[in-house]
Design a protein around this ligand. Structure first.
Ligand code: EPZ
Length: 419
């Protein structure tokens, strides 16, 4: 088990290359199960979550090869049971349900367990499968979906906290091989959903409206192999932009889709940073006049919940009163108590963090609890006085490829230590 040690106070400058998107690569890799033919996916980030997905594909019978950022998958034959041992390591494993149901008309996957960021049911996924005509059985910790036939239908994926990203992906992947037309209302509009739809279309699927809240899918008999490059990771890019805002002179992120980050760059401009960008590059520099902010997370194109913790770290150092309201995962504030250990002045009021900016943070031993919370602790450590020691960094390796090396290239004093 590694830990990361950061000596704060270094001014960051330079450029960083953004990796492929974790939240796009995972459902796209699952979608390769929809065909017997070979699929080649490029720009797949080297992350533990990706390893888990490749393990699941191999367990389901697919031939899987990986050569640096390119993954080749051929699922000539598949079995339809994804066991607890693998699924428990990663919730996103649930997105093999749709492809298996679509292709084999049945699938059994262990129900995902609890999650520190909050309640994460899959009722909307199951509602979608039932709408296509599948029977759904939950028994002994497993969910089994099966249907002699799948028929297109109209389904709303609106839940108590809005729509669902992986639910939209899962229903889309089942519907592409269903008989007739499926209309998904209240669909998620995230760029990762669009990237999956683009890959499915390359495989021969008929999909319209991805990126809007209404997706129309005309089922086809079968799909063929395809090649696809995963989009850049907008959350990794956003995290490095905040590193630039919190501890930077001038930081540039390369290989990024600025149009996927508008809510984040708008928020950073509102709290005083200067941002410029074109052709896949975004640069940020602080202009010394930072302003507090009131922020609310929302489904895309709103401010992403996966950037909320990192923003709390930044606003902890911005003079004045800020507030951050979490609407997607109302309890997603595990980072707050650790930031307070570093001297941040944050009070939780229901699903709102009320932040009073302090003059400085101090380094301390802290505990990572989940992927984005650990990113927030790294950002706080960059500006803190003295040494910050982050434990359980396996959380960060789930979603950030070589984060310590990339920060060192920007001038940070950071090292990874084996415990
Ligand atoms: C995806 O999770 C991302 N994960 C999450 O990123 C991200 O936080 C989330 O979308 C929201 O943007 C991947 O793409 C692998 P949801 P997902 O279903 O699809 C409720 C990260 O840090 N809900 O859109 O699982 C749910 O409880 C991760 O990279 C239901 O009620 O999230 C939540 O409140 C963390 N019923 C809301 O909807 C359902 O059936 C949104 O969840 C499904 C979800």
């Amino acid at each position: 088990m590694d830990k990361i040690i950061i000596r704060g106070g270094q001014q960051l400058s330079g450029s960083v290359r953004i990796s492929g998107s974790k939240n796009s690569a995972l459902p796209i890799l699952a979608a390769t199960l929809l065909t017997k033919e070979c699929c080649v996916i490029q720009r797949v980030p080297d992350l533990s979550d990706v390893h888990y997905m490749l393990q699941i594909l191999a367990h389901l019978g697919a031939e899987v090869e990986r050569a640096s950022g390119t993954v080749t998958v051929q699922a000539e034959r598949v079995n339809t049971v994804a066991p607890y041992e693998i699924v428990r390591k990663m919730r996103a494993s649930v997105c093999v349900l749709g492809p298996l149901l679509g292709r084999e008309r049945e699938a059994t996957v262990s129900l995902p367990g609890g999650c520190v960021i909050g309640d994460r049911p899959i009722d909307l996924h199951l509602r979608g499968f039932a709408g296509l005509g599948a029977a759904v059985r939950v028994h002994a910790g497993n969910v089994k979906v099966f249907a002699p036939e799948l028929h297109g239908t109209s389904i709303s994926l609106k839940g108590k906290s809005g729509t669902t990203v992986l639910g939209t992906d899962n229903v889309m992947m089942a519907a592409v091989l269903a008989e007739g037309i499926t209309v998904i209302e209240d669909a998620a509009r995230e760029p990762e959903v669009v990237d999956l739809a683009n890959f499915l279309q390359k495989m021969g699927a008929k999909i319209e409206g991805a990126g809007t809240s209404r997706i129309v899918i005309e089922g086809v008999k079968e799909l063929h192999g395809a090649e696809h490059e995963v989009i850049p990771d907008r959350i990794e890019a956003g995290t490095f932009l905040i590193a630039g805002a919190i501890a930077g002179k001038a930081v540039t992120v390369n290989r990024v889709r600025a149009d996927h980050l508008t809510a984040v760059t708008d928020a950073l401009r509102d709290c005083g940073s200067i941002l410029n960008g074109s052709n896949g590059t975004l640069s940020i520099c602080a202009n010394g006049d930072r302003k507090p902010l009131d922020l609310k997370t929302q489904p895309y194109p709103g401010f992403p919940t996966d950037m909320q913790a990192q923003m709390c770290a930044l606003l902890s150092t911005v003079a004045g009163e800020s507030s951050v309201t979490e609407t997607i995962f109302p309890q997603r504030f595990m980072h707050v108590s650790e930031l307070k250990r570093m001297g941040a002045a944050i009070e939780l009021d229901g699903s709102t963090a009320r932040i009073r900016g302090v003059g400085g943070l101090s380094g301390a031993p802290v505990m990572a609890s989940d992927l984005r919370a650990s990113a927030a602790l790294v950002l706080a450590g960059l500006i803190a006085d003295g040494m910050t020691e982050i434990n359980r960094v396996y959380h960060i390796d789930r979603g950030y490829e070589m984060i310590d090396e990339k920060l060192i290239d920007l001038g940070a004093q950071i090292e990874r230590v084996k415990v």
